[in-house]
Design a protein around this ligand. Sequence first.
Ligand code: HEC
Length: 161
Amino acid sequence: MRGPIIFIACVLVLIAGIVVWMVGQLAPMRAAAPGSAAGSESGREAVVDEPPLIAEGRRLHVKLGCAVCHKSDGSKGVGPSYAGQWGSTVALANGGSATYDPGYVRMSLLDPKNHRNAAYPGLMPSYLGKLSVHDVWLLTVYIMSQTDSAREQAYEWAREM
Ligand code: HEC
């Protein structure tokens, strides 16, 4: 009566083998699904490529409380989001306009009253006398890097700082 037992054992081993193979096939599929760890490969690369001074600018942006009012994901906070804004023309509350460039960021930080974005209330605090020239640059390249089309240039400037 050994025959049937050996036969059943063989079938079980075969089934176990098929299950192991199927799990092996499914694992990479799951990893590549959108939103999973492997699916956000390009996002991870972007962080790896990021110059240290951009990360430093981001940390300073949080440390100074800027991130409370400014989002980088395009959503409106108390203040404008940075996403996609670099290089655009900003209508100012004083009737003039400004190009969103390093000079505009600098004046927004040091003299916000006279450079207020017309679409927002005057809630931007002045950082006059509170930031070093280096700080202003760290914040500038960080803000610039939040616009996709300006990111490469921002990274280049950050590497040259
Ligand atoms: C209490 C909220 C608040 C904080 C904190 C704050 N901001 Fe602002 N910020 C605003 C508002 C509101 C505006 C729009 C009005 C204006 O232009 O003054 C603005 C405008 C700006 C602009 C011009 C953006 C545009 O699209 O016109 C820049 C750049 C900026 N802020 C950077 C910063 C940085 C960097 C910090 C931190 C050092 C900071 N802000 C802190 C509220 C804030």
